[in-house]
Design a protein around this ligand. Structure first.
Ligand code: 5GP
Length: 196
């Protein structure tokens, strides 16, 4: 059953059934590739929670989950510098880690996370992102092994993604009627914020 669009959403980019189908496909691929490897699925609060919850439940293999929190980088020139606010609970040395991302835009956040995780010598480290916004990519060397959807350069919300903490709980991914300033380069909204 469809429900009315939330105010300020001008368009549904990815519907609930589309997301569900693609998440199931990704889970099938991951279950095949990671059979017997007992992967640790790691996501970043809060945006990745919904994807992690659905993806992990669709796996047909044993897996563990863990979460991190980081501060956003702010300011006019994104340096990729972020700060760890909550570390993993699990040790990852010698483990197969899959970083579960809601969206990769410039790639700076994922690059930072990979740098942090690599220092702990996991046996494997790869990325599964639901959304890939390639138009603004700065870091081109990310090990993106699984990609849900490539999307255009629009600011999207829903299914975990927020604009100023709103719209996360929408079951679909939509485009805001007005491009928020946060969508401009260096603007970040979905991560925990800290003052410079
Ligand atoms: P990156 O470091 O790859 O440029 O940015 C990744 C982060 O920026 C995402 O995890 C998310 O917090 C935010 N972001 C980038 N594009 C969007 C978007 O279209 N919508 C929302 N809500 N957040 C976005």
């Amino acid at each position: 059953m469809s429900r009315p669009l939330a105010p300020s959403i001008k368009e549904v980019l990815l519907s609930e059934p589309q997301i569900r189908r693609r998440v199931d496909e990704l889970a099938a691929e991951i279950s095949r590739d990671y059979a017997d490897l007992n992967p640790l699925l790691v996501t970043v609060l809060k945006g990745g929670l919904y994807f992690l919850a659905d993806l992990s439940r669709a796996l047909t293999i044993p897996a563990a989950i863990d979460v991190m929190a980081i501060s956003s980088y702010t300011g006019a020139s994104p340096s990729g510098v972020a700060r760890l606010l909550k570390d993993l609970d699990e040790e990852i040395t010698g483990r197969h880690v899959l970083l579960i991302e809601d969206i990769i835009d410039t790639g700076l956040t994922a690059a930072y996370l990979l740098r942090v995780l690599r220092t702990r010598s996991p046996t494997g480290l790869a990325i599964c992102t639901l959304l890939d916004k390639t138009a603004r990519r700065i870091v081109h060397t990310l090990p993106i092994r699984y990609r849900g959807f490539e999307i255009p350069d629009v600011f999207v919300v829903g299914y975990g993604l927020d604009y100023r903490q709103r719209y996360r709980t929408l079951p679909y991914i939509g485009v805001l009627s007005e491009e928020p300033e946060a969508a401009l380069p260096a603007g970040r909204s979905a991560r925990a914020k800290e003052s410079p």
